[in-house]
Design a protein. Sequence first.
Length: 467
Amino acid sequence: MRIPSSRYGAAGAFTVLNPATGQPVGEVGLADLAETDAAIERAHRAYPAWRAIAPGDRARLLRSFASVVEAHIDELAALEVANAGHTIGNARWEAGNVRDVLNYYSASPERHFGKQIPVDGGIDVTFHEPLGVVGIIVPWNFPMPIAGWGFAPALAAGNTVVLKPAELTPLTAMRLGELALEAGLPEGVFTVITGKGSVVGDRFVTNPLVRKVCFTGSTEVGKGIMRGCADQIKRVTLELGGKNANIVFDDADLEAAAAAAPGGGLDNAGQDCCARSRILVQENVYDRFLELLQPAVEAFRVKDPSAEDAEMGPMVSARQRDAVAAHLDGADIAFRGQSAAGADWDGGFWLAPAVVLPRSASDPVWAQELFGPVLAVMPFRDEADAIAKANDTEYGLSGSIFSRDVGRALRVARGVESGNLSINSHSSVRYWTPFGGFKQSGLGRELGPDAPDSFSEVKNVFISTTY
């Protein structure tokens, strides 16, 4: 497996580890402030030519990028398994998602329509004008798809992009930067820069040449980015934390709901802002649901992430594993799932899934985003109680509702304060539908047909016909 080369390193280097083994995969250079400014300046210089490219030609370049990603899906997936500990099945899907998002937004340059607005004495039309340089800060939990959700619509709208991956998981972003050049994107149009958030990410906020920042990560860091962007009236999209409810009513197919719950909350070792980590079960079927949930959790395959049948791999780092494990000390654990830790995986960052019974609504396992393989289960009385318990959080990103009564499910969906809800499903994200959060889960929307609008300004032009 070839490790992508790093063009940065004035601030030192970071050793990338394989989460399954704890062993080094390679070293990646860290950019300093001067290297960050130079990358932003290159993107700024590339911007006029990129925005001037005819819509059809920009569309063809994005389709070419998608085709090159398609040709390297297995390579990208292998990098993600080694760097992030994702299962090979998930990693292939994630690389394919980058391809699909590029193909989807390749249609945008020729369809980024303005409007003709009726006025007296002439014609009034609007145009979508690109912003300039867009800085995208990507988290470590889903390095590939989240990167694509930002750079594909930004490029389609005529912006140039500088992307900073997380220090822990930079390898697939670095390779995507190489593939963009192979696809024919001009130098400076799509730049991947490796470095610390306190250096590169902060400079995206403070450098006036960056006209928008897209950040996915913790709510606290997002608040700081938003404060910094306010100094320059700089646009910002924030996709932040989540503590999502999986609401199971007594009329649901309990066997199906219990079977689906591990995938909804333990995928990517629970390191997912959309994880349904809070399971609310109507009180008259609560005990039965737990009986059904136990074998489903115990059967969830935690193993070598490169194995084709793996359903969960390791956590991303020792620090993340230890932080989650600390919350389980003294918790009321109902049962646990498999662990791959052992002689073959000494040094890896493994943590067995746990199902806990919170003692109150303030219990940390219920109230806090743990970002690990922990499911908390609590009973509720009726619709009103389910909605109140689901909304009793500062977050509002995702969630699920299981019920055979479509009217009930829709009433509850309208009542839950969340940006992305699924009924009888845990599917949160489709690249052709909008994605984003309520409350402290974020600001703005990604994906869907309108995403290029958030990377553009609306310009209004009046043409007099009486002159």
